[in-house]
Structure formats: structure tokens, C-alpha cells
Design a protein. Structure first.
Length: 289
């Protein structure tokens, strides 16, 4: 099993095209905000946040980027499953003495490792960028960093389980490349990163709140943005304004007029991982030798 895990890791990291396409969706978001959107958002909140407005906006942007990378990089890791099918290597693997659940586990573990490495790398870049633009010291506290990394692991596990089931159904590299392009272009919307959730139509908001990845993004926002809400940045702002900002930026999900409890997003994320992990094993067990 260890040998199969190492093989899958090498297939991913030795292909610069796969690695770069895994980051493409997040780079789209970063370019949009660096060149166009950040100033617009900053103007709206700078009247009470002052110099912390820009770091606040980019912390929000990076929380979305991390959730996107935890999805796209794990999907990129499953190129090994698709190439194994195309090159008929899958038959050799399935006919080996390795139990079927270990075969699925090897693909799953390799993808989780890749997703965590890539997401943590983006987070490290985010910390450096936020330090340059003047984010408050509390944004770099040990507890915030540990919580963020923990959520990266949880998000990656959830995404990997879903994407393993999807990868097992893909039969051609063209289909895989097509889905990669779709994910890169659309995940900024489904995580509420291209546009603030609160200013979208109600139907679009409902779609986003049903998407598992949006809950991972919400959890990351709650940790990464909390230092701003607890600090002097919002000290002089009315409670109504703070609640509106939290709802608009996806820090809180409003369902039926009430704030969705954080534990619900955690249950959704963990539940998706458990359900789709079992489903992936079942799919693998049904494959004929």
C-alpha cells in the first residue's frame, strides 16, 4: 500500500502541468482582487476599519483561495486513477494481492497528502502577503495558525472522498481535463469568493449553502477573520453593520432568518467525508479483476 501511495505522489508532483492547473482556480481569484475588486470592497468598509480594511479583505480572499485549492489539488491528484484506466494499468493493480479497500485507501491517502501540502503552501503565501500589507499581529497567532491548518486537513479529507468517487467514474483524460477546467472556473462562485454571498440572489445563495465546499470555506473564514472582529477594527462599528458584513462575506450563513450554527458546517464536512469514503470503497470492491 505504501508503494502505491508513493507512486501516486510522484505522478502528481512530477507533472508541472497538473500542479499548475491545481492552483489555477485560486490564482484567478487572487488576480481579480489584486487588480480589480479589492479596492471596491475596501472602500465600503474603510470608514470604520481604517488601515485594516485591506488586510481584512485579503484575509477573506485567502480563506476562499485555500478552500478552492483543497478541492482542485486533490482532484488533480486523481490523475493517477484516470491514467491507470487509460493505460490499462488498473487491471494489473486490481489483480494484485492487495485488498480492494487498500487500493482505494492508497489513492485517497495520496490525494489527502497532496491537498494538505498544496493548501498549506497557499496559506504560507497568504501569511507572507498579509504581513506585507499590514495585517494585525493577532492574525498570525499560534492558535489561529493551528486552527486553520486543522480546518485545511478537515476540508481536504471531505473533498478527497467526494472526488475519489468522481474520479472512479471518469474514463478518459479529456474528461478529466474538462472537469478540471470547470472546477477552476466555478469554485470561486460556489465558495462565495468571486462575489460576496450576501449580495447574490436568494436562489444563488441557496445553491452555495448546499455545496459542501462552501461550508469548508465558511469554517476557514470564521477562524481567519475572527481576529478582525475581536480587535479594534470593528470596535466602533454598530452591531447591525458587523452582522451585515458577516452575512455578506460568508462568515455566517443565514438560513430561515437565523444564523446557521458552526457545528452544522462541521457535521456537513465530516459527514461528507464518511459517506463518500464508504461509497468509494464499495465502488472499488465491485470492480471485476
Amino acid at each position: 500500500m505504501t508503494g502505491l501511495i508513493n507512486r501516486n505522489l510522484k505522478i502528481y508532483f512530477k507533472d508541472p502541468i497538473v500542479v499548475s492547473t491545481s492552483l489555477f482556480g485560486a490564482l484567478i481569484v487572487l488576480v481579480l482582487y489584486v487588480l480589480f475588486l479589492a479596492d471596491v470592497m475596501t472602500i465600503g468598509i474603510s470608514e470604520f476599519m481604517g488601515d485594516e480594511a485591506k488586510p481584512f479583505v485579503f484575509t477573506w480572499v485567502f480563506s476562499g483561495m485555500i478552500s478552492i485549492v483543497s478541492f482542485t489539488s486533490t482532484f488533480g491528484a486523481f490523475i493517477s486513477i484516470v491514467s491507470d484506466k487509460v493505460l490499462k494499468i488498473e487491471k494489473d493493480i486490481l489483480s494484485s494481492p492487495l485488498p480492494r479497500w487498500k487500493i482505494s485507501g492508497a489513492y485517497l491517502i495520496a490525494a489527502v497528502v497532496i491537498g494538505i501540502i498544496m493548501s498549506v503552501a497557499v496559506y504560507a503565501f497568504a501569511l507572507g502577503y498579509l504581513a506585507i500589507i499590514g495585517a494585525p499581529a493577532t492574525a498570525f497567532s499560534f492558535s489561529i495558525i493551528i486552527k486553520t491548518i486543522g480546518l485545511i486537513v478537515l476540508s481536504t479529507l471531505s473533498n478527497t472522498a467526494i472526488l475519489l468517487c468522481l474520479a472512479l467514474a471518469i474514463k478518459t483524460t479529456n474528461a478529466f481535463a474538462g472537469l478540471t477546467a470547470i472546477f477552476s472556473a466555478s469554485l470561486g462562485f460556489f465558495t462565495g469568493t468571486y462575489v460576496q454571498i450576501g449580495i447574490m440572489p436568494k436562489v444563488a445563495q441557496g445553491m452555495i449553502k448546499l455545496f459542501p465546499l462552501s461550508h469548508s470555506a465558511l469554517l476557514l473564514r470564521k477562524v481567519m477573520l475572527q481576529p478582525y472582529f475581536d480587535g479594534p477594527a470593528f470596535a466602533g462599528a454598530p452591531v447591525e453593520v458587523i452582522n451585515e458584513v458577516k452575512a455578506n462575506m460568508g462568515f455566517n450563513f443565514i438560513v430561515g432568518g437565523e444564523i446557521l450554527p458552526t457545528w452544522v458546517s462541521i457535521v456537513v464536512t465530516v459527514g461528507v467525508f464518511a459517506i463518500f469514503s464508504i461509497l468509494a470503497v464499495v465502488i472499488t470492491l465491485k470492480k471485476k479483476k
